[in-house]
Each structure stands twice: as structure tokens, then as C-alpha cells.
Design a protein around this ligand. Sequence first.
Ligand code: ZN
Length: 459
Amino acid sequence: MEPSNIDIKFLGGAGTVTGSKFLVKALGHQIMIDCGMFQGLKELRLLNWEPLPIDIDQVDLVLLTHGHLDHSSYLPKLVQQGFKGRVLGTSPTLALTEIVISDSAKIMEEEAQQANREGYSKHPIAKPLYTSKDVQQTLPLMRVVNEGEWIDLFEGISVRFQYNGHIIGSCFIELELQSIRLVFSGDLGRKSDFLLNPYKKPLKADYLFMETTYGDRLHPQGAPYEEFKREVLGHFSKGGKVILLPSFAIERTQLMMYLLWKLKEEGALPNIDLVMDSPMATKVLEVFKTHNSYHHISEPDLYSFIDAFEIVEDYAQTWEVIDSASKKIVVAGSGMLTGGRMLTYLQAFSAKKSTTIMLTGYQAEGTRGRDLLEGINSIKIRGKYYEVRAQIKNLSQFSGHGDQSELFDWLSELESPPQKCFLIHGEPSSSKAFKELLESKKQWSSIAIPSLNEEIQLN
Ligand SMILES: [Zn+2]
């Protein structure tokens, strides 16, 4: 087969970091890599409502790199529009996808109901993008694949999912079309991580589709655990009473729990209650329990770190935690304070100087997390303003994405340069910086930064 018989359509994750969807057409088949929703700015979110410019009923398969919302949660919408193929991913990826799509259907249904009740939608009747019923029709299409094994998909087409260190179960995907190998990086993780094994590296890629979220940046160097310890202990030694750790439910919450448990094991947190209040993160803990081979925490340690926490089950218990006079550290969602149980803690504690809010990940523009980082002195929650006198800290040392040097390192075992490299999943400035790096340090000459909905034939 000639490369010119392979056609790629960039349906998302091109020119932006969200909405990852890439359609490969070859040998009479159509295979989609990832199926994510657009997030963030309104103009991006509106794209989720537009019909995909493809024949959805012609798509045979969806291959998922990992279970994050921006890579998996468009699936029920695809099914609603007539997709009847199969969805392949590792076991943790499919478990996380089920959690994520069930949760987003529930949230969108509730939002539509509320808009209809209160009459604030511009539409006569507000509808969710998809419903729990669409989710129920999606789940039976899922098929588990083993990490690290080649699988024959169709005549002349095979695939291998290989571990890439970003979140539990996440992989890069090697798609072999006769003898032509396409490699999709997915979101790349870190060289070393407290919970996860380091990424594997591709040895061969004729065509490479590479994420560039941090293509223009290096993460801060240093000892993340020691810095975390200094911040946490510093808070209490100065008379602090409450630390709030807004965290993403997948991976970040588990990481924060693990680090706090380590501190407790060292005897550094006497008489301080550890609380985790996130129904979604509680479900993700189950995925960690049932997938030992996808992380490197021993079983006794995993159970021990979960046991170190009061895991809040319902909203009444949230109020009991707030009302108790004890010193405490609360880990809860959402990571950028756009919603979730953490908002209730903010209402109760944001005006108290004895509180520290430690932000644990990227804070997008327009979120409460970003506003706090920028020093805002009051914060609007559920229609009311709350004074902010709490200390605000940014734990920027924790990122689930590899930085520029890690992205570059991931390419170090390729036996020869790809025919062509496509830089995806990055803001334009970030993709451009990484392109320049590959051109100058690796002398790669054929690098493209595709735009949204661009369709190309390989050559
Ligand atoms: Zn991700």
C-alpha cells in the first residue's frame, strides 16, 4: 500500500488541547483515535453541538488512548449519531471512561433541567448534549485490550497500545497499516511519577502524531515531595487550621492522598484530619484497587493510604467535616474550582486567614482557581460573593503532562526520523516552539501543525 491511500482527518485536538478526535481512513476501513469533547471557551464548547463532518455510520472502531474527558467523553454523542462499531481501550481506560461519561451525562441532564425550570436557556427547551440513555447504549460497545500486545483488527491492519505514563491505563497507540506504522502519542506523562510507571517509548514511527501541551515549557526542577511537605507543615506551624486542596478526580486526587499519607506515616501530621470529599475520585480509587499492574503502589500501601482518609459519602457528611473544630486537610473537586464539593468548603473557609488554598494543577482562564491565583479578594459561588482572606498557594510542581524535555526524550529511541510528524494537542505557540526544537535538534524536516477539520492524504 502507498501512503497516499491513507487519509487523516483532524476532528479535534488540532490547534487546541481539547476535543481530541482523529479519523484514519485506509484499506476500506475507518478508525477513530480518541473521541473527546471540546472544553473551555464557549466557542470551543459549541463545537460539541455541531454534527461531525464525517459519515459516522462508516466508522468501524474507536481506539482510546486514555479516559480523560477531552479524549473519551464525546463517545455517547457519537453513538447518538449512529456509531455502531466497537470501542477499544485498556481495562483502566474503559473503566475511567464509564465513570467520566456517566458523570457528564448526569451533569448535563441536571443543567438542562435547571435551565428549563428557571427559564434562563436561550432555547425554548434546553437539552443535554447526550443523556444517561446514550451512555447505556455506549457501554456494551467497549472491548478491553491488553497493553503491550499486537492485535489484528482487520485484514492488513493491526494495533498495539503501549503505556505512556499520563494517567492510570493511558497509552500511546501504534496503528500498523500493512507495513506503514502510524503512532499517536496520546497525552504523554512523566519520566518519573509517584503513582505511575514511566512511559514506554516508540521504536518506529513512519507517521507520528505527537501531543505538544507543554511543547514550549519546562516544569520547575526540584524535589516535589520536599516542597509539598514544606508548604503543608509551614501552614500548620504558623497557626493554620485548614488546608483545601482542590484536585482533579482522576489521578491528582489519588496523588495528593498518597503524598499526605506519606507525611502522616513520617509522623509529620499529628492530630490533623485527612478528608477526601469527591464521589468521582472515590470511584477512581476503585480503578486503582482493581488494576495493580497499571501503577506501582503496593497493595498494602494503597489500602493504607485510602484508610488514612475520612472518605466523605454524602453532603450531610460534608457539613459535619466543615463544622468540626479539628485541624484538617481536605482534598476535593473540582481542580479549577469550576464546580464540585470544594465550593462548599470555599464558602465556609475562604474568609478565614487560618485557611490555605493549595491549587494543584493548571488553572484555565475564567475559572475561580485562576482568579484566586491572580489575587482576587472576593469570589462568587452560587450567586453570592465570599470574601477571600485565605492564603493562596500554587503547587506547580505536579503535572500529569511531560514537559518539553520529556516530550523530546520520548522520541529518543526512534530508529529513524518519521516520514512526517504532526504536532497536535497544543496551543499554537506551544506546537510551534516544539516544531522549532525538532527542526534544530533532530533535523526533522517534515513537520506539520494541522488545523481543525483539516483532511490530508499521507505522502
Ligand atoms: Zn489527558
